[in-house]
Design a protein around this ligand. Structure first.
Ligand SMILES: Nc1ncnc2c1ncn2[C@@H]1O[C@H](COP(=O)(O)OP(=O)(O)OP(=O)(O)O)[C@@H](O)[C@H]1O
Length: 680
């Protein structure tokens, strides 16, 4: 056994205050550290310790080991010591003349500072979040070895969590100003859960107990119903995180005064939205995980509830080790689902994340076997290969969308499924003119607003019974015919625009004339009353709305496709204007919050539709829910999960409190379904 370096000290309870604001910013290296190293322990003679093989491997779990300072008096009884910045050795308990050497991506000795660990092991993975990739950092090790200290720290020595959050906030703030990020905005949200006795508890909202863990089609792991808080400053984070940390289950054991009795998982989501077409959206998730410590209950003296907790902790850590083994052996079945912890870590281990594991170990002799187990586990984890990818979707633009039933506009957007869109939309048609083919070839690059219009047209045609099939899933000939019609309607829109311009000019001329008359009347009557009233009247005629948007969509939806067929002339445009004015009037009567499409509907139809939808939401099976517009397998499952957790929906708008459903999406869901009910 060896002597130690400096003596450690017990510090303030973690989470008391994070005080990271006052620190100088950390310097994040620009790229991930060079990869290296063999994975398993190498048995060497104490007299003959050599270097180790180096083999580069791009996306594996990066493993660092941190040795905490001595906390107890037996300073001369250390069983482990560092060799260099990446290696350490531990006494071989079978033969005191031998040591076992381990090599990792980084080794931090007793004197290593929180800052050092953060800047070299964690900072390099943060930039991946800004390009829609996932990352995770987890602290592993026996109880009392310093996991919470590493992840959370204390006000004097803040750990990885406060430093990473502060830097992410700073990185996204800085980015908005740079020319290449000019048209992007960033949103950062946080969720914080603990896994206590195989139950996922929401630390931000303790009444959310035993939340489900789900996987979406893209293999992203989600916790439906978990609280998400948007944070824009570090104070926002503090405000949510500190009380939530106090909700975490800790208890005093023989080995640690404040032992974590659960795995704590902080999720920071970085969402990057493009403000201009094609409205790309990138989402990167950062998991910061403080695992509960493995416990040898002969030493902890745990009994009763502590023993039960310890059983759950050890069993989930055992599953974690089975998962790592299965990944390393390339087994077809990886037992992620055998524990909540591994299920949650699924996209961090062997999944899509850039992962960093910090194995915390203690130097004291009586930790020997715990240390050995932790080192062997850490060495195994180093062989796990992750496959990082960017999660990118495209948002529909601000206009309300009318999607084709059972289809998702996202699936039509080139950036997400370029191959699919290409094969669907770019075939040459011998039956169309070169010009039409040229236009058609460009559909893959169309603005989502145009795709939206195509879908509207699609719906109008199918509603009118002019065709059986629909635009974006039809055989080639029908598609060509539809595209031709679409082009014709585009030309008609152009003609109508011209007409509109003419009308505006006429109206302006009329207003100019009336202005002259008005000034005459001011002079003659000596009062402003009459002229003001007259002016208001003249303005009314001037409120001509762009035909391409609201009025055209509405008039077309009322049954006519082309401009000629619409029979639009000056009078009908005037009639349209009058109708719009009526509508404006209605808005002023107190319906400001209603979306415009609702105001166009009869109240009884609307009410009836809402009731039907609500009923299905509250009683429908997954299959029945999937019959709703815009509800696929994933959303149907989320709805069932939400129901189980929160009871029945009180109104359709409650859907917005589900993971992945914005108010805008709920509105569009409601609209699609009500229109469908009305049409049926
Ligand atoms: N590097 C360090 N420097 C100074 N003190 C440390 C260090 N690492 C840990 N400690 C102290 O050791 C004690 C135990 O650490 P900590 O609570 O972080 O362990 P843990 O691994 O999280 O334990 P558990 O699994 O039981 O929760 C704490 O008082 C902590 O402040």
């Amino acid at each position: 056994m060896w002597g130690t370096g400096e003596r450690g000290h017990r510090s303030d309870p973690p989470g008391a205050a994070l005080a990271v604001r006052d620190l100088p910013p950390d310097i994040c290296p620009s790229s991930i550290l060079a990869s290296s190293g063999i994975n398993m322990a190498k048995r060497v003679s104490v007299l003959d310790s050599h270097g180790v093989n180096k083999k580069p491997s791009p996306s594996r779990v990066r493993v660092s080991v941190r040795l905490r300072p001595f906390m107890e008096k037996e300073e001369d009884q250390a069983c482990v010591r560092g060799l260099d910045a990446q290696s350490l050795e531990i006494v071989n308990y079978r033969n005191q003349l031998e040591t076992m050497q381990y090599h990792f991506d980084a080794f931090y000795g007793e004197k290593a500072t929180q800052r050092e660990i953060y800047t070299s092991s964690v900072c390099p993975i943060l930039p991946h979040l800004l390009v829609g990739q996932n990352a995770s950092v987890f602290a592993y090790g026996p109880t009392g070895a310093g996991k919470t200290h590493t992840m959370l720290g204390n006000p004097q020595q803040p750990g990885i969590i406060p430093r990473a959050v502060r830097d992410l906030l700073q990185m996204t703030r800085g980015k908005n100003g740079t020319p290449e990020e000019e048209n992007w905005t960033f949103t950062i949200t946080m969720s914080y859960v603990e896994i206590y006795q195989e139950k996922v508890m929401d630390l931000l909202e303790p009444k959310n107990k035993d939340l489900p863990i789900r996987e979406d089609k893209g293999h992203n792991i989600l916790i439906p119903g978990v609280t998400q808080k948007t944070i824009t400053t570090f104070s926002d984070f503090d405000e949510h995180f500190i009380p939530a940390s106090q909700n975490r289950t800790v208890a005093s054991t023989k080995l640690n005064d404040r032992s974590s009795r659960s795995h704590a998982v902080l999720l920071i989501k970085v969402q990057k939205n493009q403000q201009i077409s094609p409205f790309r959206q990138l989402t990167g998730k950062l998991y910061l995980i403080d695992l509960a410590g493995s416990e040898d209950n002969r030493r902890t003296g745990n009994q009763g509830i502590r023993l039960k907790e310890s059983g759950a902790i050890n069993s989930s850590l055992f599953t974690l080790s089975k998962v790592v083994d299965a990944l390393n052996q390339g087994l077809p079945r990886i037992p992620y689902r055998d524990s909540k912890l591994t299920r949650l870590l699924q996209d961090s281990l062997g999944g899509s994340a850039h992962s960093v594991m910090i194995a915390n170990i203690a130097p004291e002799k009586h930790y020997y076997f715990d240390t050995l187990t932790a080192l062997n586990f850490a060495a195994k984890s180093k062989q796990v290969i992750n496959k990082p990818f960017s999660l990118e979707t495209t948002q529909a633009p601000v206009q309300p969308t009318m999607k084709r039933p059972r289809d998702d506009l996202e699936n039509l957007v080139p950036s997400q499924h370029p191959k699919k869109v290409k094969s669907e939309l770019t075939e040459e048609s011998p039956t169309l003119s070169k010009e039409a083919n040229r236009k058609k070839l460009h559909i893959a690059n169309l603005d989502p607003a145009v795709v939206d219009r195509l879908l509207k047209l699609d719906r109008i045609l199918s509603e009118k019974g002019k065709m059986e099939t629909q635009l974006l899933s039809t055989p080639k000939r029908e598609r060509m015919a539809l595209l031709k019609k679409w082009e014709e309607s585009q030309m008609e829109i152009e003609r109508l625009k011209e007409k509109q311009k003419e009308l505006e000019e006429k109206a302006m001329a009329a207003e100019a004339r009336s202005d002259i008359e008005l000034s005459d009347s001011i002079v003659s009557e000596g009062t402003f009353r009459v002229p003001l009233r007259t002016r208001a009247k003249a303005r009314k005629v001037l409120r001509v709305q762009p035909l391409q948007g609201e009025s055209h969509g509405r008039l077309a939806a009322e049954g006519e496709l082309s401009g000629t067929a619409l029979g639009l002339n000056e009078n009908s445009i005037d009639a349209g204007i009058m109708m719009m004015e009526k509508k404006t009037q209605k808005v002023h009567d107190g319906d400001e919050n209603k979306p415009s499409w609702e105001m166009k509907m009869r109240t009884d139809l609307l009410q009836n539709g809402r009731e039907q939808i609500l009923n299905l939401l509250n009683t429908g099976s997954i299959r029945e829910l999937k019959s709703l517009q815009k509800i696929g397998d994933k959303k149907a499952k989320l709805i069932v999960g939400w129901r189980e957790l929160n009871g029945p929906f009180t109104n359709v708008e409650d859907l917005a409190s589900m993971e992945g459903m914005s108010t805008k999406q709920v509105d569009s869901f409601l609209k699609a379904n009500i229109l469908c009910i009305v049409a049926s």
